[in-house]
Design a binder for this molecule. Structure first.
Ligand SMILES: [Zn+2]
Length: 192
């Protein structure tokens, strides 16, 4: 999947989780940082891909991308597994603990959850592609859905661009339309 689709999937998953939870009061700073963390989480597993959007946006990203690619065992390897998600989640937790003194009004736990939701959505989305995902590493089997490879999606091609992406847009419209009152309630009463 492309970075664009991954980001949309991440924000869709985050919206779905938030709207099916009881309403909590959060700070605006928490919302902004959580959305950012969610988008980063949505593309984070692709740090093992030298051409990933994650690296393309850095000045010498191409070089670092290749180094990480080798270290992490190539594309769709460690960072695309439950083990990798646990490790990256742990690193994100450390980073948030480190950053807490400079952003005290941000709820680190919610930001962390948003990041993890983004990463989980990435693995789920990649599962629908031809390459599949090695969920259970170190067991080196790549899982895909549907199990028949020929029925799965090719990254950046017709089905992703004209079915999956617009489909996610529709899911968002439906989600916010059916929870419209709740969204207003959150915005009016629960953003501190
Ligand atoms: Zn990926």
């Amino acid at each position: 999947m492309t970075g664009r689709t991954h980001d949309l999937a991440a924000i869709t998953a985050l919206g779905a989780v938030v709207l099916y939870q009881p309403v909590h009061t959060v700070s605006l700073a928490t919302i902004l940082v959580a959305v950012f963390a969610n988008l980063v989480g949505g593309i984070a597993p692709d740090i093992d891909q030298p051409t990933a959007p994650f690296w393309r946006n850095l000045p010498i990203g191409g070089y670092f991308g290749r180094v990480f690619d080798t270290l992490l065992g190539g594309h769709r390897f460690l960072t695309h597994s439950i083990l990798g998600v646990v490790v990256m989640g742990w690193l994100a937790k450390l980073l948030l603990i480190f950053l807490h003194p400079i952003m005290p009004s941000v709820d680190g736990n919610l930001v962390w959850l948003a990041f993890m939701i983004g990463m989980a959505s990435h693995l789920v989305m990649d599962t629908f592609t031809k390459e599949g995902v090695p969920w259970l590493l170190p067991i080196p089997i790549k899982f895909g859905f549907p199990p028949l490879k020929s029925l799965r999606i090719t990254t950046g091609k017709f089905v992703e661009v004209f079915v999956i992406f617009p489909g996610l847009v529709i899911v968002n419209v439906w989600l916010y339309y059916t929870h419209y009152r709740q969204v207003l309630d959150i915005l009016h009463k629960h953003v501190a």
